[in-house]
Design a protein around this ligand. Structure first.
Ligand code: ADP
Ligand code: MG
Length: 761
């Protein structure tokens, strides 16, 4: 890598947007004054009480008022940066400021209006025009688009938006986003398409676009790789990376009353921005050796842009209206500090991870493969020529050799195809051959033709691949003679000269201002004492005013610090309270033993910056946990040999290893449908009829029954009894059930009804 030791400062420009309709309607006063010539922003205090207070003055590299055109900004500020990216430097453009002050307007602008296009579309045009005008160089342009929201990185380009990406670090290339998709683009239209897709995905992921975009950082990354033949006759690759960053709104997020999830969200939203502020402070401070890049994803990812290997421009956007004065001052102070960051940009030459090197390698390999194929063919041809002697076709072959490879290949193919066809026809027409032989020969020829076709297809595929890969690499020099292009170039150059002139003018003005004071001192000779007094009083007044301004500034900054500190303390208190509650729960409800176990298992993953739990394993012998005992293969738990055998031999439950509960439904074998009314014999039916006719009047003579069945004296004593009344209602079915085995019509002889189906025999 080529190294230039020189360091350069971060360039900071300020842009003030015009008053919008609402502000004008509400008659807000403008409090911001933009001195474009001097590069100064003058802010006066809108409060009546402090009308005498001197206005606050901030000086920047350049400032833009509400009349500034997008193209002016681009030509003066961004074009030189993008030019250096094309040379192989890293470049970053940040848009910083309160929501609604024109960050997105500056970065993207109005898409379909060429006048109001922002930096991103203008840089597309710039890059591809530069490439088309270049000579003897090969370019590869890639684009990626990502977003950081609540400390999570989201790739805006793939279809699946659910993935969250991680940051990784490599010693040679630094911090990068793992698995970030990037698209090779060949034209302005293609790269614009990438941007549009990303913007659409950004909108899809959010319910309220305004709120979402004001709380998230969007980073569009363009990587330009350029390969050029060096003086050492070797190809050298330079890689420039351009980060175009639309930061989240810098206004303070309201934290009051936020608790739990909402508090966490509020602390996370501006974490990246406050970390950015801390990084800037630490860099400018000069005393602190530790720069807290790792505090947020944004600062980690853009580490190189802040004090590292990159050229950086920060655009601070402000609004002119009086009600925004606090935020405007904060933005101006923030960016004023950033002015003092020193970067050490260098050209990135021949990095290991250049995609262009990979592509060139692949193209070379594919070409070699193609060459191989055509080499084989040539060999075949030569062999054939040697074998067949002076065949006219081969002579033709010989003549075409050395022609354009592709055309030669095609000609070859058709000739061979023709020849095979001819041979096939000859075989068909040859009547001297036996049918079988003919068939065989025909098949052989057809196979050959098929092989030939397949080979040709493979060759074509390979050639197409080479073409596709080569088309990704952009080569310029085509339009260089184009007249309009030439004129455009002249125009651009003139514009460039004008902007350069303007810049010099501004610098000279600034220098003159500062010298004015010095020259006052140099006028040492005074004509009279009174004159000396006058001049010195004037100077004193001036210096006093300056002192007052500085004092006021110190006071303001102190106040701001106190406010910020109070907010931080409040957040800390709330977080401490939260932590204490959790500790209390842990101490009182989780056994010490369990707690220790968890503490031992937990470990901090430096790479992902989060806590993870190690898997549970037996400490003394991890191996033991990993392998299962042999006997248990196929079973859930270990079994002894005996149990295994017993299980096979017997159906005994005792040795069943699993599922000993039988959970199948035990269904009855018979259902009510199976029941059918018994068929009653006519004699029985008649007897029953008789019996039921007048139940109460029936006299039953039980003497015969008693004497034959139960010859007990007590029973014989009662010679007759009345049949007890049945408590049951006399339904047809029930009534058909004989209550007594005796029939009145034939006393003495028991009449049994036939068995009915319900009683087992
Ligand atoms: P931010 O991204 O900072 O929240 P926007 O870029 O969305 O703010 O700007 C808010 C509005 O102000 C938009 O409607 C935009 O068109 C308008 N605006 C911002 N800056 C300018 C400018 N320099 N000239 C004209 N209109 C502007
Ligand atoms: Mg925006």
């Amino acid at each position: 890598m080529s190294k230039s030791k020189s360091s350069e400062l971060v360039k900071v420009v300020v842009r003030c947007r015009p008053m919008n309709e609402k502000e004008r309607a509400a008659k807000f006063e403008p409090v911001v004054l933009v001195d474009v010539k001097l590069g100064q922003i003058i802010v006066r205090n809108p409060r009546e009480a402090s009308a005498s207070e001197p206005p606050k003055v901030f000086t920047f590299d350049s400032v833009y008022d509400w009349n500034s055109k997008q193209i002016d900004l681009y030509d003066e500020t961004f074009r030189p940066l993008v030019d250096s990216v094309l040379l192989g430097f890293n470049g970053t453009i940040f848009a910083y400021g309160q929501t609604g002050t024109g960050k997105t307007y500056t970065m993207e602008g109005v898409r379909n209006d060429p006048e109001r296009r922002g930096v991103i579309p203008n840089s597309f045009e710039h890059i591809f025009t530069h490439i088309s005008r270049s000579q003897n160089q090969q370019y590869l342009v890639r684009a990626s688009y990502l977003e950081i929201y609540q400390e999570e990185i989201r790739d805006l380009l793939p279809k699946d938006q659910s993935h969250r990406l991680e940051l990784r670090e490599r010693p040679d290339t630094g911090v990068y986003v793992k698995d970030l998709s990037s698209f090779v683009t060949k034209s302005v239209r293609q790269i614009e398409h990438v941007m549009n897709v990303g913007n659409q995905n950004r909108m899809v992921g959010s319910t309220n676009m305004n709120e979402h975009s004001s709380r998230s950082h969007a980073i569009f990354v363009i990587t330009v790789e350029c390969s050029e033949l060096g003086v050492d006759r070797e190809n050298h690759i330079r890689v420039g990376k351009l980060n175009l960053v639309d930061l989240a709104g810098s206004e303070r997020q309201k934290k009051t009353g936020a608790e739990g999830e909402r508090l966490k969200e509020a602390t996370k939203i501006n974490l990246s921005l406050s970390a950015l502020g801390n990084v800037i402070s630490a860099l400018v401070d000069g005393r602190s050796s530790h720069i807290p890049y790792r505090d947020s994803k944004l600062t980690r990812l853009l580490q190189d842009s802040l004090g590292g290997n990159a050229r950086t421009v920060m655009v601070a956007n402000i609004g002119p209206a009086s009600y925004n004065v606090e935020e405007t001052l904060t933005t101006l102070r923030y960016s004023n500090r950033a002015k003092n960051i020193k970067n050490k940009p260098r050209i990135n030459e021949d990095p290991k991870d250049a995609l262009l090197t990979e592509y060139q390698g692949q193209i070379a390999m594919l070409k070699a493969q193609l060459q191989n194929r055509s080499g084989k063919k040539k060999n075949r041809r030569q062999r054939r020529r040697a074998g067949e002697g002076s065949d006219s076709e081969d002579l033709e072959d010989g003549e075409t050799e050395g022609d354009d490879e592709d055309g030669d290949d095609k000609g070859d193919y058709w000739r061979e195809q023709e020849k095979l066809e001819r041979e096939r026809r000859a075989i068909m027409e040859d009547h001297s051959l036996v049918a079988e032989e003919k068939d065989r020969l025909l098949k052989e020829k057809e196979k050959k033709m098929e092989d030939l076709r397949r080979e040709r297809e493979a060759g074509e595929k390979l050639a197409a691949r080479v073409k596709a890969m080569e088309s990704k690499l952009l080569v310029g020099g085509k339009n260089i003679v184009d007249h309009t292009n030439e004129q455009q170039r002249m125009l651009e150059q003139k514009r460039h000269e004008i902007t350069e002139q303007k810049r010099r003018e501004r610098e000279m003005q600034q220098q003159m201002e500062s010298r004015d004071e010095e020259t006052l001192e140099l006028k040492e000779t005074y004509s009279s004492l009174q004159q000396e007094v006058d001049i010195k009083t004037k100077k004193l007044k001036k210096l006093f005013a300056k002192l007052q301004a500085v004092k006021a500034e110190i006071h303001d900054i102190q106040e701001e610090h106190i406010k910020e500190r109070q907010e931080l303390e409040q957040t800390q208190n709330e977080l401490t309270r939260d932590l204490k509650l959790k500790c209390l729960v842990v101490e009182n409800f989780i056994p010490l033993e369990e707690k220790n176990k968890i503490v031992n298992r937990a470990h901090f993953d430096e790479e992902d910056e989060c806590w993870t739990m190690k898997p549970i394993t037996r400490l003394e012998d991890e191996h033991q946990m990993m392998t299962r005992p042999l006997s248990a293969v196929g079973y859930r738990r270990p079994l002894c040999q005996h149990a295994c055998e017993a299980m096979m031999m017997k159906t005994d439950m005792r040795y069943k290893a699993e599922n000993i509960l039988i959970l199948d439904m035990d269904l009855p074998t018979r259902t009510t449908k199976d029941y059918q009314e018994p068929v009653i014999a006519p004699t029985v039916a008649a007897a029953l009829e008789e019996a039921l006719r007048d139940e109460d009047e029936i006299e039953i003579d039980a003497s015969g029954f008693n004497s034959s069945l139960r010859p007990t004296p007590s029973a014989s004593a009662s010679s007759s009894f009345k049949k007890p009344k049945s408590g049951r209602p006399k339904t047809g079915k029930k009534s058909s059930t004989p209550t007594s085995p005796f029939s009145a019509s034939s006393p003495g002889s028991p009449l049994y009804p036939k068995l009915r189906g319900l009683v087992p025999k």
